[in-house]
Write a protein that binds this ligand. Structure first.
Ligand SMILES: [Zn+2]
Length: 141
């Protein structure tokens, strides 16, 4: 087996955690059409240009839409809140957690959130979660 065949591709960096605990997503942005991509990619999915640059977005965002998941995968304790978030022109899906556990209700569109490091379900894989304001922003239990 050649050395090249044994070389494994490293997982791309998905996010970095800032000194303040906020998560910054690593995205690629197209130099031709300005489309952002997450996870970052080498070629723009909109126009096919290979002129993409890496940048970081977040940690602040707002809720586009959210829902309560009542039947989930076995490793996930239900119910939990899942939200689409608008973060610097990018729309990403993230679980919503308050004080390290799932939010008790869905969040109204426009609710400000902050991306922070966290874990989901029984997984030990670090990921990012959305944290609503201290008052929770819940509007539907
Ligand atoms: Zn493009």
């Amino acid at each position: 087996m050649s050395d090249q065949a044994m070389t494994r591709r490293a997982e791309p960096e998905l996010f970095v955690v800032g000194d303040d605990g906020g998560v910054h997503l690593v995205v690629s942005r197209c130099a031709r059409c300005a489309s952002p991509w997450f996870p970052a990619r080498a070629v723009c999915g909109s126009c096919g240009s290979a002129e993409v640059t890496a940048e970081r977005v977040g940690p602040e965002g707002t809720v586009y839409a959210s829902t309560m998941v009542r039947i989930g995968p076995p490793a996930f304790e239900t119910p939990y809140c899942l939200a689409y978030l608008d973060v610097d022109g990018l729309r990403v899906l993230a679980p919503v957690q308050a004080e390290g556990r799932s939010a008790s209700g869905s969040l109204a569109p426009g609710t400000p959130v902050r991306l922070v490091a966290g874990a989901v379900g029984d997984s030990a894989v670090p990921t990012y979660v959305a944290r609503p304001p201290i008052d929770g922003g819940d509007h539907d239990a």
